[in-house]
Ligand binder design. Structure first.
Ligand code: UDX
Length: 443
C-alpha cells in the first residue's frame, strides 16, 4: 500500500513539501497550529507569493473541483498520528531574540506533540534547519519503535516548487545506514531519484551540517564578491567584469557572484549566526570566526548604499531629499521582506530625514506592515515621480524592463544607483541618466 505522509508545519517549506508529496502520488495530511493557515490552505491558497505553488495546491487539495483530492489539512494531532506512516517536521527555527542561537521551541513542541500520537513503526523525518546535535536529542523524545531520519531542505524562495519536485540532491541522515528509515525514504523519493537527483546517505550530524555548510558557503561567495566590489571601488576596477572573468573558471563558477547590497531573507543571515553560536558551544568557535567577517561585509553593504545616495545628493544630509526605492523584498519573485537589504536601506534614509517612496511588484503589503512610516507608490513610475535619486535594490525583471526615457521625464534629477548590478547601464545612460553601481567605475 502507498505510504501515507503528514507534513507538520505548513509555512513556506511545509506547504510546498505537502503539495509536492501529493504531486508525487502520496496521500498527504498537513498540520499547523494556526487555524487561519489551515483554512486558507484548505481552499487552495497560500499566505505568501511563490510562483506555481497555488496551482500545485489547487491540483491536489481535497474539495477543489478537478483536484486529485490527495491533500488535506488539519489542526488535529490525533488525526496526524493515526494517519501517517511518514511524518515530515517542517516547522521554522528563527533566530533567538537578542542572541545568535537558533530558537528550537517550535521543533521541540512539534516533536513532543507528535510523540504522544505517533503509531509504532512510523518514521519521523526532520526537515527544519537545526543546530548540529539536535537530531540525536530529538530521537530520544520519540517512543520505542518509531525511527527518526534527518532530511534537510535546500529550497530557494521563488523556485520552491521546482526545487522540491526536482531537488539537486536529497540528503538523508540516519542512525542505521541501509536500515528501515533509509528504505522508506528511498521509496518516498523514488520519482526524483529516478529522474537523476543524487541520494546521499549520512549520519545525523553530517546531515544537519550539510545544510548549514551549504548556506555558509553561499553567504561566503556573496560576501567575497562584495569585498572585491569594495576593492574595485577604491582601485577603479569593475566588479561585474571581474566576476565574469573569475566565473569562467569551473572551480569557481559564475553563480552567486553578483555584487550589490548583499544577502538577506529568512535563511542565510540567521543560519550563519546560528552556526557560529553552535560552533562556540562545541568549542570550535575559531573554525567559524570567518563567518563573522562574512556577516559584517554583508551588513556593511547596506550602509555603503546609503552613503552612495548621500554623496550623489550633495554629500551632507537627506533632509528634504526625495528618494525613490525600487524593490522591497530580499530577492525577486518573492514577497518576503525579512531582513531585506532594500527595506533596510530605505529605512535608514527615511530615519535620516529623506522622503522615501518605495515600490515593489509583490512585497508592498509585507513592507507596509514592517515599515508603515515609509512612503509607498502603486507603480515604479509613481515612485520615481519628482525623485532626486532612484535606488534599484531588488532585481525584479519588471525593473529591467522599465523604459529609462519614460522615467527620466518624471524625475526631478535623473540619477540611478543600481544596488544589484542588474540594469543595463548603457541603456540608462543613453536615456540621459547618471548611472552608478556598487563596485563599478563611474564612467
Ligand atoms: C537560501 C539558499 O539558497 C537555499 O538553498 C536555502 O534552502 C535557504 O536559503 P533563499 O533565502 O531563498 O535561499 O535565497 P537565495 O536565492 O539563496 O538568495 C539569498 C540572498 O542573497 C538574496 O538576498 C539575494 O539577493 C542575495 N544574492 C544572491 C546576492 O546578493 N548575490 C548573488 O549573487 C546571489
Amino acid at each position: 500500500m502507498a505510504l501515507k505522509i503528514t507534513v507538520i508545519g505548513t509555512g513556506y517549506l511545509g506547504a510546498t513539501h505537502a503539495a509536492a508529496m501529493a504531486e508525487l502520488g502520496f496521500e498527504v495530511l498537513g498540520l499547523d497550529v494556526v487555524p487561519e493557515k489551515i483554512e486558507l490552505l484548505s481552499s487552495g491558497r497560500v499566505p505568501m507569493y511563490e510562483p506555481g505553488l497555488e496551482d500545485l495546491l489547487a491540483k491536489h487539495v481535497a474539495g477543489i473541483e478537478g483536484s486529485s483530492g490527495r491533500l488535506r489539512f488539519t489542526t488535529s494531532w490525533e488525526e496526524v498520528g493515526a494517519f501517517g506512516d511518514v511524518h515530515f517536521v517542517c516547522v521554522n527555527t528563527p533566530q533567538k531574540h537578542g542572541e545568535y542561537a537558533c530558537d528550537m521551541s517550535y521543533v521541540d513542541a512539534a516533536f513532543t506533540s507528535l510523540a504522544a500520537v505517533v503509531r509504532e513503526g512510523a518514521l519521523v523525518v526532520g526537515k527544519s534547519t537545526v543546530p548540529v546535535g539536535s537530531a540525536e536529542r530529538l530521537a530520544g523524545l520519540l517512543p520505542e519503535g518509531v525511527d527518526l531520519a534527518w532530511n534537510p531542505e535546500f529550497l530557494r524562495e521563488g523556485f520552491a516548487v521546482q526545487d522540491t519536485l526536482r531537488p539537486d540532491r536529497i540528503v538523508v541522515g540516519v542512525q542505521d545506514a541501509g536500515g528501515r528509515a533509509e528504505k522508506t525514504l528511498r521509496e518516498v523519493y523514488a520519482v526524483p531519484t529516478g529522474q537523476g537527483s543524487p541520494f546521499v546517505v549520512t549520519d545525523f550530524p553530517t546531515a544537519e551540517l550539510v545544510k548549514t555548510a551549504a548556506n555558509s558557503f553561499l553567504a561566503t561567495k556573496i560576501s567575497f564578491i562584495n569585498a572585491m566590489a569594495e576593492v574595485c571601488e577604491a582601485a577603479g576596477g569593475d566588479v561585474v567584469k571581474l566576476a565574469e572573468a573569475i566565473g569562467h573558471d569551473d572551480r569557481i563558477g559564475a553563480k552567486f557572484l553578483r555584487a550589490g547590497v548583499g544577502f538577506g531573507g529568512g535563511c542565510l543571515p540567521k543560519d550563519i549566526r546560528a552556526f557560529m553560536a553552535r560552533a562556540g558551544e562545541l568549542g570550535v568557535d575559531q573554525a567559524l570566526t570567518f563567518l563573522r567577517e562574512i556577516d559584517s561585509i554583508n551588513m556593511r553593504r547596506r550602509g555603503q548604499m546609503v552613503e552612495m545616495a548621500r554623496e550623489v545628493l550633495g554629500g551632507s544630509s537627506f533632509l528634504g531629499a526625495r528618494v525613490a526605492v525600487l524593490g522591497a523584498t530580499f530577492k525577486p519573485d518573492s514577497d518576503d521582506v525579512r531582513d531585506s537589504p532594500a527595506l533596510n536601506v530605505a529605512g535608514q534614509i527615511h530615519l535620516q530625514g529623506g522622503q522615501v517612496t518605495v515600490y515593489d511588484p509583490k512585497g508592498m503589503e509585507n513592507a507596509r506592515r514592517l515599515f508603515p512610516t515609509l512612503g509607498y507608490a502603486d507603480t515604479a513610475l509613481d515612485a520615481v515621480r519628482g525623485a532626486d535619486v532612484v535606488l534599484h535594490l531588488t532585481e525584479w525583471r519588471e525593473f529591467r524592463e522599465l523604459d529609462p526615457a519614460e522615467l527620466a521625464a518624471v524625475v526631478s534629477s535623473p540619477v540611478i544607483l543600481d544596488g544589484r548590478n542588474a540594469l543595463d547601464s548603457e541603456r540608462w545612460r543613453a536615456a540621459g541618466w547618471t548611472y552608478r553601481a556598487m563596485g563599478r567605475p563611474r564612467a
